[in-house]
Each structure stands twice: as C-alpha cells, then as structure tokens.
Design a protein around this ligand. Structure first.
Ligand code: GLN
Length: 319
C-alpha cells in the first residue's frame, strides 16, 4: 500500500470539516435518554497513519460514549483469546439484514425456514451480548478488566466509563435484557446472561474522543500494532477476521451501501462515532452525534467518504 502524503491528508481533513460543519441532517439518538442531551454541533475528525501521526480538525477532546463501536474490540478480545472459529461457530459472521437491536436476527430464520442457524454476527446486539459473555474471567471484575483493557490498548490510553450514560442506558435497556435472556434460552450465551448484558451496557458507555477512535482504527489498519504506542495489541493473523465482520455488518443494515461507497471496513455507534480502516494506509474516525435512520452519523459518513476518496483509501480499488 502506498502511504498518503501528509500535506494531502491535512488538506483532505480540512476540506471535509469545512464542507460538513454546517450540515444539519440527522438527529441524536434519544432511546438512551443521556444521548439526547449531547451537543449536536460536536464535530471532530482524526486520521492516524503508520508513523503514529495524527491529522485532525474540529473537536478532538470531547468524549462521547463509544456505544456499538465497542463491539469490535470485545469481538477482537474473544478472537484473540479463543481463535477465529470461536466467534464464527458460536455467533456467526453473516449479515442480519435487520436493525442492530432486532430480535429477528435471533428468531427470523427459525421462523421462516424452521431449521438451521440464524443469521447473526457480533456487531449487532444479540451477537454482541453473546461475545461479551464469551470473555473469560474468574469474576465479573476480571472480565471487565479484560474488556476495558483491550479498549485501552487499541486507544493507547486509559479510558473511563461515562457514568451518566451507563446509568441512563442501564435504566432503559429492557430490550437488551430481553435479547440477553433469549440468547441464553437458545444456548448462545452459556454464562450468566444478566452479567453479560450489564457488562455490554458498561462497555458501550466507555468515553472516547475522535483521536482515541482514530487510533483504535489505525491499530486495525496496521496489523494489530498501535502506531502511536507501538504496542502489538492483537495477533496480526487475526485482524482480517475482525475487518471482515466490520465490512459485513459495521453500519448495521446500511453496511452494503457503505462498502459500496467507500470499500472500507467501518463501525458506527449511536453516540455519534464512526471508525473506518484503510488497511496499510490509515485509520480514520469522526465524532458527530446526529444520526440517520439506520443509526449512523450523517456528518461522519460524508466526511470519511470524502477524505478516503481523496487519499485513495478504498482497498477494493487497484492502485
Ligand atoms: N448500547 C447501545 C444499544 O445497545 C448500542 C447501540 C449502537 O450503538 N448501535 O442499544
């Protein structure tokens, strides 16, 4: 992969920031009450390259809750611990074609076809709660320390939970509790499902800024080695599995549209974050809370698509 030229990266970041700063489309998520209160004008872009350099525009400091982007790193932890087959066999790696918190993903295929495994993956809620349940540990604290630990390693600093978001979601996550119970009933969760839902809710409340997210994306872009801290945080041979699931399901039921537009494995969260990975070239992230109907940040999708296009980031196109 040919590395993009620094001056071009900064120019592309600045241009996307200027172009989309005033874009008012989309709406903050409000099914988690704390998310409705986040400033919709918050907008930060960061690109991290192989040498650990950060190119940015806008707000790099303000933290949002990581939300569904955490699903990538908990999946990475399970794959790192238990191998590529663990996730593929227990949960699956196929698109659901349904919204991220749909129970159709659990029930649909059974109801329609009557046999066979449902279409599911670790980046939608049923599969994600199962992935959290698969992280091993002698106690709940042990499991949590591994989950926050892998997030810290990918981000290159110690992250903390945004307690107001955690409490707000824990008070209103009856739907995810139902998903956890159903997944337990069907045998996808073998351990305490209530613990899995709670830890999943907590991991979704980890606070991150645009720079953290871009560093996490860059660690995936460079074979599991964090280019800022130089720590190898994941076995390079296992990274393509993580990226494949992101390409399949990272933007929920709009994952196909996103892949068609950019070619980039990506992952969004309802806190307004979006990460994308151009393998061997860069990691990129945008934070901007207003979401489209599928639950993906509007400014983030536009900014990342433009910047990647300017930097020839699409891994599906020939050099
Ligand atoms: N914690 C959120 C939920 O389970 C995450 C959803 C998301 O970011 N898409 O509803």
């Amino acid at each position: 992969a040919q590395a993009p030229v620094p001056a071009n990266i900064q120019a592309a970041v600045d241009a996307a920031f200027a172009k989309y700063k005033g874009l008012k489309e989309g709406k903050n998520a409000d099914y988690i009450p704390a998310l409705a209160k986040v400033d919709p004008n918050l907008f930060g872009i960061a690109v991290v390259t192989a040498d650990g350099k950060v190119y940015s525009a806008g707000d790099l400091k303000t933290e949002v809750s990581i939300q569904s982007i955490s699903k990538v790193f908990t999946m990475a932890q399970v794959i790192q611990e238990q191998g590529m087959d663990s996730i593929a066999k227990r949960i699956g790696v196929d698109a659901t074609g349904a919204r991220f918190n749909s129970i159709i993903a659990i029930e649909g295929v059974r109801t329609v076809v009557g046999t066979g495994a449902p279409e599911m993956n670790p980046l939608v809620n049923p599969g994600a709660i199962s992935a959290t349940s698969m992280v091993t540990g002698a106690s709940k604290d042990d499991v949590w320390n591994k989950i926050i630990g892998i997030h810290n390693d990918f981000a290159g600093r110690s992250l903390t939970v945004l307690q107001d978001v955690y409490k707000s979601e824990a008070d209103t996550n009856q739907r995810n509790q139902a998903i956890g119970a159903l997944m337990f009933a069907y045998g996808y969760i073998k351990t305490d499902w209530q613990q899995a839902v709670d830890l999943y809710t907590k991991q979704c409340s980890i606070g991150v800024n645009a720079k953290d997210l871009a560093t996490m994306a860059a660690t995936l872009a460079f074979g599991g080695k964090n280019p800022v801290t130089n720590k190898q945080v994941m076995d390079p041979a296992k990274v393509p599995g993580v990226l494949a699931v992101m390409a399949t399901a990272g933007l929920y039921d709009d994952s196909g549209k996103w892949l068609y537009r950019t070619g980039l494995p990506g992952k969004s969260g309802v806190g307004g974050g979006l990460i994308a990975v151009s393998p061997g070239k860069f990691g990129i992230a945008v934070v901007s809370p207003p979401l489209d109907d599928a639950g993906n940040s509007v400014r983030a999708q536009n900014a990342i698509a433009d910047i990647s296009n300017a930097l020839h980031g699409n891994p599906l196109s020939s050099p």
